[in-house]
Design a protein around this ligand. Structure first.
Ligand code: CMC
Length: 427
């Protein structure tokens, strides 16, 4: 029998159905709340609000579980390739070899960007943050691909999806190469998806491209770990922008802007900057723990805490192990890895962090790997965006195919009540 929630306001009772997900999560369906009671709910930051029903990613913050389309993140990171995960997230099933080959071929067929895009990139100062540049270039793609996607046409949707999966890595590589004063190049259709990203980012103009297995395997894993995370800030942004029927590329551009912030994807850059600051200060981690606990100090332990994970972040566990492996394989001894481990140890034994369930999140160790791979610090969040791309696409597609209404929250107004207009001389 379906469950019902009863709400009583001023002695009058209202009943609402309780929706149950496939993992037994319960939600009170309040769609009829305002129409029946003239009351709304208030939930800043949406801490208790489900914005949609979704069949893409399952996350249990208490148990530290993350699954894409039912497959555990641990197994996917271990056994799948990023391109397979893209297909899985966007189309719902792991691809057969034939489907994967066609998908890759179609993406490669879309991996040229209009030459005029270079002129747009040229207009940015070298000092511009890569996330701002990437968001702008992604939006600029709309101008070069103006036909709107007919979401009811499977073919149209597919074309838009492979187009962005083909062109986005070019924009990522160009964003970095512009900063590094390297010529803007193209990939090579004979290479794998992540191999090609490596080539586009790092090929020197006077050398042949050399495949770097350590780089490719590490990046593939990181991209998988970042590929989706249900209704986080940037994904919700993509869905809400797309809900006004803005196009896919414009919605993705908004998602990139949301990801940029240090409380979200920008934390990976902020973590390295924090670890560097601790190192420069002599390496005393307890001093920074004290700062993080001081409510009068704006400092937060970057890479710690999560809105949903209250036990551990399964991605952080995998990344911590990968950081050891990658640095070991590359023969790199990075003192900030030791500082990070020391900081984690102190924090996990501290009452402040224990009582608030604050654990290292995905961003705590990822920057250490990016750095070991030679990726500049201000490109870290761009790499996150590259990984999150299939998740954003899958969520946008689900939202559009689900015919979701325009996202439009309400508010409780707390400003002036009506007042008479004052002429300029009366003010
Ligand atoms: N350092 C110190 N105190 C913290 C931290 C932190 N990193 N994170 C949370 N707290 C405290 C916070 O001050 C609050 O304390 P109190 O109850 O005394 O007021 C309590 O823990 C709960 O925090 P909150 O800010 O209400 O939690 P939230 O769910 O709104 O925020 C968060 C989640 C991720 C924004 C936050 O933990 C944070 O700012 N972390 C640092 C930034 C970071 O690493 N972000 C990456 C998140 S994971 C990847 C991603 O989203 O892309």
């Amino acid at each position: 029998m379906s469950k019902i929630a009863t709400l009583e306001i001023d002695g009058k009772k209202y009943e609402f159905p309780i929706v149950e997900g496939t993992e037994n999560e319960l939600a009170i369906d309040i769609k009829s709340l305002r129409a029946s009671s003239n009351v709304i709910t208030l939930d800043p930051g949406y801490k208790n609000t489900g914005s949609c029903e979704s069949a893409i990613t399952f996350l249990d913050g208490e148990k530290g579980i993350l699954r894409y389309r039912g497959y555990s993140i641990e197994e996917l990171a271990d056994k799948a390739s990023f391109l397979e995960v893209c297909f899985l997230l966007i189309f719902g099933e792991l691809p057969t070899q034939e489907e994967l080959s066609k998908f890759h071929k179609d993406i490669k067929g879309q991996s040229i960007v209009d030459e005029d895009m270079k002129r747009i990139l040229d207009g940015f100062p070298k000092s511009a943050h890569p996330m701002g540049v990437l968001a702008s270039l992604t939006n600029a793609l709309v101008a070069f691909n103006p036909s709107s996607v007919n979401v009811d046409s499977e073919e149209d949707m597919y074309k838009a999806i492979v187009k962005i999966l083909g062109k986005f890595p070019v924009l990522v590589a160009w964003t970095m190469r512009k900063k590094m004063s390297l010529p803007l190049n193209y990939g090579d259709t004979s290479l794998g998806y992540v191999e090609n990203i490596h080539k586009m980012m790092f090929q020197q103009p006077n050398e042949d491209y050399k495949v770097d297995r350590t780089f490719i395997e590490a990046l593939d894993k990181l991209l998988i770990l970042h590929a989706d995370h249900e209704q986080n800030c940037s994904t919700s942004t993509v869905r809400i922008v797309g809900s006004s029927h803005s196009g896919l590329f414009a919605s993705l551009s908004a998602g990139i802007a949301a990801l940029w912030g240090p409380l979200h994807g920008g934390a990976n850059q902020a973590v390295i900057e924090m670890l560097e600051a601790i190192k420069a200060d002599g390496g005393d981690t307890s001093k920074f723990i004290l700062k993080a606990k001081d409510k009068n100090d704006p400092f937060r332990l970057m890479g710690f805490g999560h809105r949903v994970y209250k036990n551990f972040d399964p991605r952080a566990k995998i990344i911590k192990k990968a950081a050891d492996e990658v640095l070991g394989e590359l023969g790199i001894e990075d003192p900030i890895l030791d500082i990070a481990k020391g900081l984690e140890k102190v924090a996990l034994e501290d009452e402040y962090f224990i009582s608030r369930n604050l654990y290292p999140n995905v961003d705590f160790y990822s920057g250490i790997i990016y750095r070991a791979l030679g990726i500049p610090t201000d490109m870290f969040t761009v790499m996150f965006a590259l990984g999150r791309l299939p998740g954003w696409i899958a969520q946008w597609k689900e939202m559009r195919l689900g015919k979701e209404p325009i996202g439009r929250p309400r508010q409780v107004y707390t400003g002036y009540t009506h007042r008479a207009f004052k002429t300029r001389s009366e003010r």
